[in-house]
Write a protein that binds this ligand. Structure first.
Ligand SMILES: [Zn+2]
Ligand SMILES: [Zn+2]
Ligand SMILES: [Zn+2]
Length: 482
């Protein structure tokens, strides 16, 4: 059989695929919509929606009929709990004998294994499944460069339309902080610092109040990136949307929308018409692989007697040989991972012998935020970033125009520069939307005298935050100043 050809792809004229997903598809919850008729985790029932009529297919249905998977080879069951979705019917009959000695179970593994029993390692884990060979994947028009590792796709080109400059209102009414507000803010600040004395805040005399405004400009650019990669999942009879249903849409033709603009999000979507069923490469379509704990031997060296079958004990002034009670003198014990079978369920196909291979489209929405702060007092600039202010200006467009009408030239220049940077900063993304704003944050520098001290403090933002690194009573009893 040519593995390049999807097994389900022949006889396409007679197919009755009632489960071919329609695209464009919407993912309101940010999650890929489940395919019609999909039943994750359900064991195959012999008939599955989308299956061809029985007996018409030269290719292999999933019931142990794969070339390379001789029927009836595995009389023993895999260890319990290793087949969450249920193995294909009729493959594993009967469980492993429980509580019987090592002799009663014969290892089934016939591939390569060490000559000697290996030391037991209860913590051994199966090696991670590798990807199938890329050359075994189908050739999908438009996706020839797709590998198992995703690579970003170049976005479709953006037509720079002629946009009229927006009409913008004048900016006025700079907010201010008054004297009484300043004192209340300082008292609240002192109360938050449990070891600060409050009498300075209560009794200080204001010498001068210097009002100013900080400006905070923010540009957000919301972009969408797409990448495709081959991926696979155990084939348990779920519907297969392969090329027989039509040509795969281009990666940018699949519609998907973020649930909310300017929020980082990610969804994964199966690209329609790219799926096929392939024999599992990890187990050669046998459903089981060599046990990683006993290396296929079904037994491991007894860890109690180190494989000798006996132990030396000192009794009544003499050394005696005593039979090992763990292994009953055998020196080896049955492997507890494979119950003596030498094989475990394949970690790649989970015992189903086949894989559904398809191209996965990963869509990533990213909000790129860049800002600029203008603050001309000794207040550290970054403090105004997260306080409340007055939004003096806000605009949302596919491409915003730089601000040119703000009373402060530094803000206009920053807007010009940041808008220009964002125009080319994300070449692998399709830009969906931009918004920018200027916030005005009131800043008050209060100069005061208290006792013999002359100092100042700052109050800023609508939430009246205080910056007072020189507050004179920073010890709980005011001892440093008294
Ligand atoms: Zn084992
Ligand atoms: Zn032993
Ligand atoms: Zn497998």
């Amino acid at each position: 059989m040519d593995e390049k050809k999807p097994i389900m792809a022949s006889n396409s004229g007679n197919m009755n695929y009632n489960s071919a997903p329609q695209y464009p598809v919407q993912y309101p919850g940010g999650q890929p919509a489940p395919q019609q008729g999909g039943y994750p985790g359900a064991p195959p029932q012999g008939q599955y929606p989308g299956a061809p009529p029985q007996g018409q297919y030269a290719g292999a249905p999933p019931q142990g009929q794969y070339p390379g998977a001789p029927q009836g080879q595995y009389p023993g069951a895999p260890p319990q709990g290793q087949n969450p979705g249920g193995p294909p019917q009729g493959q594993y009959q009967g469980g492993p004998p429980q509580g019987v000695g090592p002799e009663s179970v014969q290892p089934q593994w016939q591939g390569e294994m060490p000559d000697q029993d290996v030391d037991d390692n209860p913590n051994a884990v199966p090696s991670a499944p590798s990807a199938p060979p890329l050359e075994k994947m189908d050739t999908v028009p438009g996706y020839q460069d797709t590998g198992f590792a995703g690579a970003m796709l170049p976005p479709p080109s953006y037509e720079e339309a002629t946009r009229p400059p927006p009409q913008r209102d004048e900016i006025s009414n700079l907010p201010r902080i008054g004297e009484e507000e300043a004192r209340q803010a300082l008292l609240a600040f002192v109360a938050e610092n449990c070891c600060y004395g409050k009498s300075a805040a209560e009794n200080l005399k204001f010498r001068d109040l210097l009002h100013s405004s900080a400006f905070h400009y923010t540009l957000e650019t919301y972009g969408e990136g797409r990448c495709t990669s081959w991926t696979f999942t155990p084939y348990s009879g779920q519907p297969i949307d392969g090329p027989q249903n039509g040509q795969a849409p281009g990666p940018w033709d699949i519609q998907a929308q973020p649930t909310k603009l300017f929020e980082d999000q990610k969804v994964e979507v199966e690209v329609p018409h790219t799926a096929s069923v392939k024999p599992c490469h990890n187990c050669m379509a046998m459903g089981r692989i060599r046990c990683h704990r006993c290396h296929g031997r079904g037994r491991v060296r007894c860890s109690s007697c180190s494989g000798r079958g006996h132990k030396t004990v000192y009794r009544n002034g003499e050394y005696e040989q005593e039979r090992c009670t763990w292994c009953h003198g055998d020196g080896r014990r049955r492997c507890m991972t494979c119950h003596g079978m030498g094989m475990i369920t394949c970690v790649c196909c989970q015992g189903y012998c086949s894989l559904k291979c398809f191209i996965k489209l990963t869509i990533t929405w990213t909000n790129h935020l860049q800002d600029h702060i203008v603050e001309r007092t000794a207040l550290p600039d970054h403090l105004v970033r997260n306080v409340q202010g007055q939004v003096a200006f806000q605009e949302q467009q596919f491409r915003v125009w730089p601000i040119n009408h703000f009373p402060d030239a530094e803000i206009n220049n920053a807007s010009q520069s940041i808008v220009q940077q964002h125009a080319s900063a994300f070449p692998s993304e399709k830009l969906l939307m931009q918004r920018h704003q200027v916030r005005i944050i009131p800043v008050l520098q209060a100069l005061y005298k208290w006792k013999d001290t002359e100092s100042d403090f700052y109050v800023y933002g609508f939430d009246r935050k205080v910056y007072a690194p020189n507050y004179p009573q920073q010890c709980c009893c005011g001892c440093s100043i008294l």
